[in-house]
Design a binder for this molecule. Structure first.
Ligand code: GTP
Ligand code: MG
Length: 324
């Protein structure tokens, strides 16, 4: 879509800073309401301006508490901040639980902070798509910085990589086995390691362990992950945390990695959308396809194996596509 396209009224409202319109469309996105689709699409041309930072890490390490003090720091510098917290427990089935879990103190009057928590309903890919769309809405709504909190496991990590230009992995002193897990999964996505709860003993040991780990691994993009110590309680280390994020953002610009990563992300998104469509189309067509049903009978009877059935269908599909 080009600049001259007229926006639907609700999209225009979002772009001009109407927070209620924003909240309403985010709810629609979360609910998979088709009315959100044209709004998100119309606003795409206005996205790409916000700086999107992911905050991830194991349960209870203090991600929400950190966000809370980070927001205050960013507000004191004049930035507007949108926050999406992808919560592992469903806020819809357990509203009171959510109240305990998310400890973001909000100034209701401050229109330059917008906070939203979302359930991660566990459906594959769903969180990633929803998160991406909500981040884009916040971006189009004009927030300078968008912070995304997710718990570091499984699909949610992928979501972070797909939406954030800088990812902060939060850990706590006494990492122990956690370091092993981190090595496997989170290391590639950690642009900044944040050792939170550094008011507790063992923070320096954690820093040293992480430094050893960082020294061992060479990242493909050439960035050396920063390590910062914070406490959300003091608070302390918050400006340092933000400086580390900024240093990574600067690296993205000077190294050309921002453009490359952006291109890769969007390529994955478009390919994923095509794959979804092809998959759905194929599924519904195969259900009605006598050849498929016949092959399936033979698979059930153990006369051919599933791979062989797939081979035949794939070849037949190619033939059909060529003859069209
Ligand atoms: N001592 C200490 N406690 C902290 C610090 N930051 C957070 N906490 C405490 O750790 C607990 C968990 O904090 P949260 O901010 O909810 O952690 P979280 O990572 O967002 O938790 P989940 O979203 O449930 O994964 C709370 O009791 C906080 O008060 C810190 O810097 N030092
Ligand atoms: Mg939290």
């Amino acid at each position: 879509m080009s600049g001259g396209v007229r926006l639907p009224p609700i999209a225009r409202a979002i772009a001009s800073g109407d927070r209620r319109a924003l909240a309403r469309v985010i709810t629609a996105v979360e609910n998979g309401d088709p009315s959100a689709v044209p709004v998100v699409r119309a606003l795409y041309a206005r996205t790409g301006r916000a700086q999107v930072v992911g905050i991830t890490g194991p349960l209870g390490v203090g991600k929400s508490s950190l966000l809370n003090v980070l927001i205050a720091h960013l507000r004191s510098q004049g930035f507007s901040v949108g926050v999406v917290a992808v919560d592992p427990s469903s806020p819809f089935s357990g509203g009171s639980v959510l109240g305990d879990r998310i400890r973001i103190a909000r100034e209701p009057a401050d229109a330059d902070v917008f906070f939203r928590s979302m359930a991660s309903r566990g459906e594959e890919g769903g969180v990633a798509t929803t998160t991406r769309e909500v981040v884009r809405l916040l971006d189009a709504a004009g927030f300078d910085i968008v912070l995304v909190e997710t718990v570091g496991s499984g699909q949610v990590d992928l979501a972070i990589r797909e939406v954030a230009s800088t990812s902060v992995v939060v850990v706590v002193p006494h990492l122990g086995d956690e370091v092993q897990t981190l090595k496997a999964g989170l290391f590639e996505i950690a642009d900044v390691f944040c050792v939170n709860k550094s008011d507790l003993p063992g923070a320096d040991i954690a820093r040293r362990d992480l430094a050893e780990m960082v020294a061992l691994g060479i990242r493909r993009d050439g960035w050396t992950p920063a390590i910062v110590l914070t406490s959300a309680l003091g608070p302390s280390g918050i400006p340092e945390l933000w400086n580390a994020v900024r240093a990574h953002e600067k690296f993205l610009d000077t190294s050309g990695q921002r453009a490359a990563a952006n291109r890769r992300r969007l390529a994955r998104e478009v390919v994923g959308l095509v794959r979804d469509r092809v998959g759905h189309e194929l599924e519904s067509r195969l259900e009605r396809d006598p050849e498929f049903q016949h092959l399936l009978d033979r698979v059930i009877e153990r006369r051919i194996d599933p791979q062989a059935a797939a081979d035949r269908l794939y070849v037949a599909r190619g033939r059909r596509a060529r003859s069209q």
